[in-house]
Design a protein around this ligand. Structure first.
Ligand SMILES: [Mg+2]
Length: 300
């Protein structure tokens, strides 16, 4: 059954408090679109298009072009091209999960806290620790490996018992550097290392060679890529950014049928996108590990 909705969209820009440094470069402002669908009874459903083009999603301009082409009314369900996964997410989430009020469901979610790169990390965990955060994530592959290993060891010593640490290289390490990291890490020191290298073949080789749990992220950034990892034999952890992964229905089915070990991750979307993701995750029971979504502290 299709229903007709009035359709509006608007562009937003949110500057980060700190410029985000990742192995992909610097990121200072989150830009995206908020969509609104209004049904015949006058109820509103909200969605968010939060693209990350270097992660395999469409660009903001492509999303705007598509939304503009729709005009002022849409019928849902409708076809959205596969090359627009962030747009597919926004529409697939709006009606089932974008109803008001848009307050994220917090119960049962342990947030993971994104720490800043470099030496700032040594102090940056303290405040969130006091606020009750126990899972932290730190980006590596940003500076020289020797320097990062040194900071990492100081961080390990500083973190209280009970803290969980995840490392994320954003596919930025060479195979050799990945091996250096993995052989330097004491077993049990981290929860997992996220996407040390770019190639799936090398990820599979690392998983065979080292016991430290590994996660694919960039390689699994949308449903097609996720399927490919699975088919090529990846049985480690999958980091999933629902905001850019395509339609939520397809994603739920794939995760559940194969019982994947999943970590939900933020695309640094606003509370509109987060609310939808958390409502979806709670309904579909896809969260076992802490969700990597505690990022509102990154915005003014
Ligand atoms: Mg990652």
């Amino acid at each position: 059954m299709t229903d007709n909705y009035l359709f509006f969209f608007g562009r937003y820009q949110r500057p980060f408090l700190y410029t985000l440094q990742t192995a992909h470069g610097q990121w200072a402002v989150r830009e995206g679109l908020i969509i609104q669908l209004i049904d015949e009874a006058g109820s509103s459903y909200w969605g968010e298009i939060a693209p990350i083009p270097w992660f395999g999603s469409e660009s903001l301009e492509e999303a705007i072009e598509f939304c503009t082409s729709l005009g002022n009314t849409v019928s849902w369900p409708m076809e959205i091209p596969e090359q627009l996964p962030a747009t597919q997410f926004a529409f697939s989430a709006a009606i089932p999960y974008g109803y008001e009020p848009l307050e994220p469901v917090m119960e049962d979610v342990n947030w993971s806290f994104l720490l800043p790169a470099n030496e700032k990390v040594l102090e940056a965990w303290q405040r969130p620790w006091e606020l009750g955060h126990r899972t932290f994530k730190w980006k590596i592959g940003v500076a020289e490996i020797a320097e990062e290993l040194e900071i990492f060891n100081r961080l390990l010593t500083a973190l209280p018992k009970g803290a969980k640490l995840r490392l994320d290289a954003n596919a930025g390490l060479s195979y050799e550097d990945a091996c250096t990291w993995l052989s330097s890490l004491p077993l049990g020191a981290i929860e997992f290392l996220e996407q040390p290298v770019a190639s799936l073949t090398e990820m599979l080789r690392l998983a065979e060679r080292f016991e430290i749990p590994l996660a694919v992220d960039e390689l699994a950034s949308n449903l097609g890529r996720l399927q490919n990892c699975y088919e090529q034999g990846w049985r480690g952890i999958y980091v999933i950014k629902p905001s850019i992964a395509g339609s939520l229905e397809g994603l739920s089915a794939f995760i559940q049928e194969r019982q994947l070990d999943v970590v939900l991750s933020s695309s640094l979307e606003s509370s509109i996108g987060q609310t939808a993701i958390l409502r979806w995750a709670a309904e579909q029971k896809v969260i076992d590990r802490s969700a990597g979504l505690a990022t509102s502290n990154w915005f003014a």
